[in-house]
Design a protein around this ligand. Structure first.
Ligand SMILES: Nc1ncnc2c1ncn2[C@@H]1O[C@H](COP(=O)(O)OP(=O)(O)OP(=O)(O)O)[C@@H](O)[C@H]1O
Ligand SMILES: [Mg+2]
Length: 225
């Protein structure tokens, strides 16, 4: 196992009367796919937000690739969000009027990469998710499963240290969901640390380790692969 990318200790977050995350300890290593399994409302998205820098904990610490996430501000936080972490959500969030290739290359353009090389890299990334033939289709001309593949390519093209996947398969049929899970597995095998939140037990098949979450509390469970 590679070095630790995520180290969270005692992370807690409360919303009004709801303790969404309670003293969570979690580690994810380079090349490791950790599955965060829990029912709706368990606190999965909240925990991912704390780790991915979209929200700040009430208590506890978390580092991602050596950076103390809650302490990041301004340009440092922007850089962290752009480069260090990649996200895939339940819906792809593609821009419907841009092509698949444009959607993917945009991630690099935002990081300052010139147009030509960004587009070249986007085409390679789309090929790696099996979508070379769809590169010039617009976002709104792709099926839900294809859109999620583009979203995975868009997240991975930045070569993030950590990929956070929040129910990326929730809106897909079983077979398409499996293909997205296989893509996440491949990304982990090439060295990306992945935290994959879902309520789908079948995802344990691609996980190195499963962590269960209930009412904001994490509990380790046996690895499945
Ligand atoms: N911004 C917020 N304001 C108030 N309450 C919130 C907020 N975000 C989450 N919560 C509450 O925190 C709890 C955990 O929510 P969270 O979205 O993390 O769960 P989840 O496990 O991701 O659920 P799902 O599987 O439905 O996505 C829920 O009770 C939710 O209502
Ligand atoms: Mg959620």
């Amino acid at each position: 196992m590679g070095s630790l990318v995520v180290v969270a200790r005692g992370l807690s977050k409360r919303f009004g009367g709801v303790q969404a995350v309670r003293e969570a300890d979690l580690e994810v290593a380079e090349g490791e796919l950790v599955l965060l399994l829990g029912r709706s409302g368990a606190g999965k998205s909240t925990l991912l937000s704390l780790i991915g820098g979209l929200d700040r904990p009430d208590a506890g610490t978390v580092t991602v690739a050596g950076q103390e996430v809650p302490a990041l501000r301004g340009a440092d936080l922007d850089r962290f969000l752009q480069k260090t972490v990649g996200w895939v959500f339940q819906t792809s969030g593609l821009l419907p009027l841009l092509t698949a290739a444009e959607n993917v290359s945009l991630a690099l353009r935002l990081m300052g990469k010139p147009e030509g090389p960004a587009m070249q890299a986007a085409l390679t990334a789309l090929d790696s998710v099996g979508l070379a033939a769809r590169a010039q289709h617009r976002g709104n001309e792709l099926s839900g499963g294809e859109q999620q593949r583009v979203a995975v390519a868009r997240a991975l093209i930045k070569a993030p240290h950590l990929l956070l996947a929040d129910e990326p398969t929730a809106q897909l049929d079983t077979e398409t969901a499996r293909s997205i899970m296989a893509l996440l597995r491949e990304a982990a095998d090439s060295g990306t640390a992945i935290l994959f939140a879902t309520h789908d037990e079948s995802a344990t098949e691609v996980a190195d380790r499963v962590v269960r979450m209930e009412d904001g509390v994490l509990s380790a469970s046996v690895g499945s692969r």
